[in-house]
Design a binder for this molecule. Structure first.
Ligand code: AGP
Length: 606
């Protein structure tokens, strides 16, 4: 994970480095640090915890210099301590790194044999130490860094800064993304273009194996074979304005609340006034495919799981889904006429990107559903379907999930119509249901005070179960994930029909069970499962519409009323109470809602 930046500027680098790191905090926030070269002198400052702590450190102990590198860390090797924080320095070289050096034990052994001891628990320190060793043997900084890179195995985006070199940063990429920003007499480096948004809109993306020598005059890039290469400069559109909480206590609260407006915007990008679903060029010919493979991680995976129900039931297209971290390792055969679909908010999730690369050349077509159109996953896809959710800051994904679902539902409907599985009237009815979604969501969000009262009770629980049936099962999984990640309460989700195959043994009077049950075709079956829970003194929180609560609400511990809605959009609408339950429970517990412990917004390592 981790975010890296570099600046060869005409102004003091430290404030801009910190501002760029702020934009990368979604990649990790265990510790942070910067290094600069000032009049040839290499120096660094580091702090444990969030970026604010580094800022404090810099107030008391400023760092001058117009050339610098910076890092925000999500610990992989070694606890989040000052010693393990980046930049790592070995006398005349400082290094920041995103990724994992897999052969770092061998490298340490080699260093030890040369009489060089590591001072930290990190894999990255070996990069700095080897570069210094090579310089001590007479290699120039560029030669020394490149000689070190050839020794590395694993995934890395690296930036190097050298004592005595006010006009030089080296960068290298193998796996994690790295962007070079072009300014006027200034140059920049960032893990992504967003990091550089306030500095430049002209970006060159390094490709795997690339090594870049960056000076204020420009950048010279060589590929893995050492051949000089030309990588294009793209002009990108990124809103550099500061993303704020708009009066909410947390970004997550804001992102939940803005879903009606955000979803309306997503729909506007895909629906014509006449109710046609339009995809970006060149679109998808769904008659050319016999199956769909969908791969993603976490919440995005639950969006895929929900979409499987839509594609199979409405479009009669068989769908295979898998979590990206497993997908390529089971080496699945990919028959011809397969559409491979990758879903990712960030577009930078390492496992999802690797799964996409596994499918490249095997699947007929590679399509991604992403929120960041400039991301690696988007750039490597044949077709990109943006979800238009806007920047999502909260680590717990909310509006991106409902926008992913909305785009996937439109895709399933388009497929169904193209394959002759639904006629124009049925398509129009489904599109009407989608158009009604923002207003229904608004009503759902209006239930926040009731959900807050329920959440206060839930916050005292040690374990919570979520149940759903049919298309509500993935949503139960999403509800449990959301709750665990921000409230730290243990939560599990089950397809409610599975309960008596084992999990019912967990039920007693201490275990709240959240039942997601719109009044749909499976409602009676879900209610039977709910009765089985209540018969064992489980405390049921029933989330349903007025009719559902009327029919089955007797004896429940608590209930949340959602507006009645067409079945097809229920999983999107019911995401709202799942999100609000997690949010209010976390607030009641006093956890760090937007940046929960141990997590990062974007998981850029395996
Ligand atoms: C969701 O709340 C999580 N923080 C996480 O599961 C996330 O959805 C997952 O890491 C995938 O991220 P992506 O959508 O950026 O690929």
């Amino acid at each position: 994970m981790c975010g890296i930046v570099g600046i060869l500027g005409n102004h003091e680098a430290a404030p801009n480095l910190v501002a760029a790191l702020k934009r990368l905090e979604y990649r990790g926030y265990d510790s942070a640090g910067i290094a600069t070269v000032n009049a040839g002198v290499l120096d660094r400052r580091r702090a444990v915890g969030k970026l604010a702590n580094l800022n404090d450190t810099l107030v008391h102990d400023p760092l001058a210099g117009k050339t610098g590198i910076g890092h925000t860390r999500w610990a992989t090797h070694g606890a989040p301590t000052i010693a393990n924080a980046h930049p790592h320095q070995a006398q005349d070289v400082a290094v920041v790194h995103n990724g994992i050096i897999e052969n770092f034990r061998e490298l340490r052994a080699e260093l030890a044999a040369a009489g060089i001891a590591c001072q930290t628990e990190t894999d990255t320190e070996t990069v700095a130490l080897f570069t210094q060793l090579h310089m001590d043997k007479g290699l120039s900084p560029v030669e020394a860094a490149f000689a070190t890179i050839t020794k590395l195995q694993g995934a890395f985006a690296l930036a190097f800064l050298f004592q005595g070199q006010d006009d030089l940063i080296l960068a290298a990429r193998m796996g994690p993304p790295l962007a070079i920003g072009h300014g006027d007499g200034e140059m920049f480096i960032g893990s992504d273009a967003i990091a550089l948004a306030s500095l430049t809109d002209r970006i060159t993306y390094l490709e795997d194996g690339d090594r870049a020598v960056v000076t204020r005059a420009g950048v010279e890039i060589r590929d893995a074979k050492g051949t000089l290469v030309n990588r294009p400069i793209r002009r990108i559109e990124i809103d550099a304005s500061h993303v704020d909480k708009a009066g909410h206590k947390h970004f997550m609260a804001k992102e939940i609340a803005e879903q009606p407006a955000v979803l309306a915007n997503t729909l506007k990008h895909y629906l014509t006034d006449g109710g046609e679903i339009l995809l970006p060029d060149p679109g998808i010919d769904f008659t050319a495919f016999d199956r769909v493979t969908m791969v993603a991680c976490g919440t995005a995976f639950y969006a895929c799981m929900t979409a499987k129900y839509w594609f199979e039931r409405i479009a009669r297209l068989p769908v295979e889904i898998d979590v990206a971290s497993e997908y390529r390792y089971r080496e699945p055969p990919i028959p011809g006429r397969t559409l491979a679909l990758f879903v990712s908010q960030s577009g930078e999730t390492a496992d999802t990107l690797a799964a996409l690369r596994y499918c490249d050349g095997k699947a007929e077509r590679i399509v991604s559903v992403v929120n960041v159109p400039e991301s690696s996953i988007a750039r490597e896809s044949d077709l990109v379907l943006p979800i238009h959710a806007g920047v999502e800051v909260g680590v717990a994904s909310t509006k991106a999930f409902t926008c992913q679902l909305t785009v996937l539902l439109m895709l399933a409907l388009k497929a169904a119509h193209a394959r002759g599985e639904i006629d124009g009237t049925s398509l129009a009815n489904h599109v009407d249901a989608l158009r009604g979604l923002p207003a229904l969501m608004h009503l759902g969000i209006g239930q926040s005070p009731q959900i807050q009262a329920t959440a206060r009770k839930l916050s005292e629980a040690r374990d919570i179960l979520f149940l759903g049936r049919g298309i509500m099962y993935p949503l139960a999984l999403e509800g449990a994930l959301k709750l665990k990640e921000i409230s730290y309460i243990h939560a599990e989700a089950y397809a409610s029909g599975e309960l008596k195959h084992g999990p019912i043994a967990l039920i007693d009077k201490h275990v709240p069970v959240v039942v997601m049950a719109p009044n749909d075709a499976l409602f009676d079956k879900t209610v039977s499962n709910m009765q089985e829970v209540m018969a064992r003194k489980g405390k049921v929180v029933l989330i349903s519409d007025a009719k559902g609560l009327d029919d089955a609400g007797d004896g429940v511990w608590d209930q949340v009323e959602m507006p009645a809605c067409p079945d097809v959009i229920a999983p999107i609408l019911y995401a709202v109470p799942a999100q609000l339950l997690a949010y209010h429970t976390a607030v009641a517990k006093g956890t760090d809602v937007d940046q929960p412990r141990n997590l990062a917004k974007s998981v850029t390592v395996e």
